[in-house]
Ligand binder design. Structure first.
Ligand code: NAD
Ligand code: HP7
Length: 312
């Protein structure tokens, strides 16, 4: 099948290029306003590259009107978060299915708008929610599903992804563009919590700053104290002295579920699932998008009640 890609010069795009290659498909057209895209040669040196949207649009439209061997089947979207819905609309109007990076959108009502375009065009919106494909997370989901739940699971979730000064000077540090850290990074684990423990019933924010956020979430089957940080100082000492800059931990009823590793090939796995017709669609994103939108607009409570121990 033929793929196009929007946002090719960034951090995550090579994982999409690799996934397209690993699934024996072809990347034929690429858009990025930045022309630092030499990485393309490592995967698809024949792909057409455009740094202007209008020229990309003209090219995609020409392919749409040509014979069906040239038509674009999927457009992968790796652009900044606040542009996703616009790029997804472009994909569907061009007669292609979309594969969109997380977070699909910044606010739940954007999902409703996208649903209309899906209905109008008959094309599908797929999203990258790769933690749902992580072997340890699947094991935990199965364990929870099998257990006889008389009381809710007690969960502590700690997610630290150290980022340097650049982060605050890029679109990722701009709340209007990324949604802030709970949206940009936390969305993975709120989605994972919903996937494992069911619907979200309560959402309290204890602390929120540019570099950290923490709160309490209650799901059908779990009570969760969560802590998220991009400050390397928050990495636990024993891990820090080993040079570790990412720390991901969940404890369920005080038992550790280590899931720091095993992330490398989850994009390829996501593509395999999407191509097999098992991609995560629009509605599957709703709960986590509602969660991040609430966290973004919440007034943090003082540190009391069910707060994460890292808040001290
Ligand atoms: P990045 O800033 O490194 O790359 C974004 C790219 O989009 C840049 O090359 C930029 O030039 C391009 N871009 C900007 N405006 C554009 C436009 N109007 N049209 C086309 N391209 C445009 O960011 P990144 O880290 O690669 O993140 C990209 C997306 O992937 C984000 O949505 C992010 O949340 C997501 N992401 C997901 C994961 C994951 O684990 N699934 C990891 C990192 C990033
Ligand atoms: N790194 C960079 O150099 N540049 C970047 O833009 C990002 C990372 P991990 P991932 O920060 O926007 C996570 O912490 O898992 C370096 C989120 N994904 O493992 O790849 C970094 O400094 C993602 O949704 O990061 O990405 C490390 O040295 C979010 O958009 C190394 O890469 C992204 O951070 C690996 O960094 C972000 C998950 O949490 C699953």
């Amino acid at each position: 099948m033929n793929f196009a890609l929007i946002g090719a010069a960034g951090y995550i795009a090579p994982r999409h290029m690799k996934a397209i290659k690993d699934t024996q498909n072809k990347l034929v057209a690429i858009l990025d306003p930045s022309d630092s895209v030499g990485i393309i040669d490592a995967y698809f040196s024949d792909a057409d590259f455009f740094s202007e949207f209008e020229r990309f649009d003209r090219h995609i439209d020409k392919l749409r009107r040509s014979n069906h061997h040239n038509q674009i089947n999927y457009i992968s979207i790796c652009s900044p978060n606040y542009l996703h819905d616009s790029h997804v609309r472009f994909a569907l109007r061009s007669g292609a299915n979309a594969i969109c990076e997380k977070p699909l959108v910044l606010n739940p009502w954007n999902i409703d708008a996208l649903k209309e375009i899906e209905n109008d065009t008959g094309c599908k919106i797929n999203t990258i929610l790769q933690l749902r494909l992580h072997p340890e997370i699947i094991k935990l989901k199965e364990k929870v599903a099998k257990s006889d739940i008389s009381s809710k699971f007690e969960v502590d979730l700690t997610y630290i992804a150290s980022r340097g000064k650049w982060y605050f000077h890029s679109w990722k540090g701009d709340k209007k563009k990324s949604g802030g850290i709970a949206t940009n990074i936390g969305v993975h684990f709120y989605d994972m919590l919903y996937f494992i423990f069911g619907n979200c019933q309560e959402n309290i924010v204890h602390y929120s700053s540019e570099t950290k956020a923490a709160g309490y979430l209650e799901y059908d089957n779990a009570r969760v104290r969560w802590f998220l940080s991009i400050d390397s100082e928050d990495i636990p000492h024993t891990c820090k002295i080993e040079g570790q800059r990412t720390y991901r931990s969940i404890t369920v009823n005080n038992k550790e579920v280590e899931f720091s590793g095993g992330f490398a090939d989850l994009h390829t796995l996501s593509y395999k699932e999407i191509i097999a017709g098992r991609g995560f669609g629009l509605e599957e994103n709703r709960v986590a998008i509602e969660t991040v939108a609430q966290i973004r607009s919440a007034d943090p409570q003082s540190i009391k009640g069910e707060y994460h121990p890292f808040l001290k």
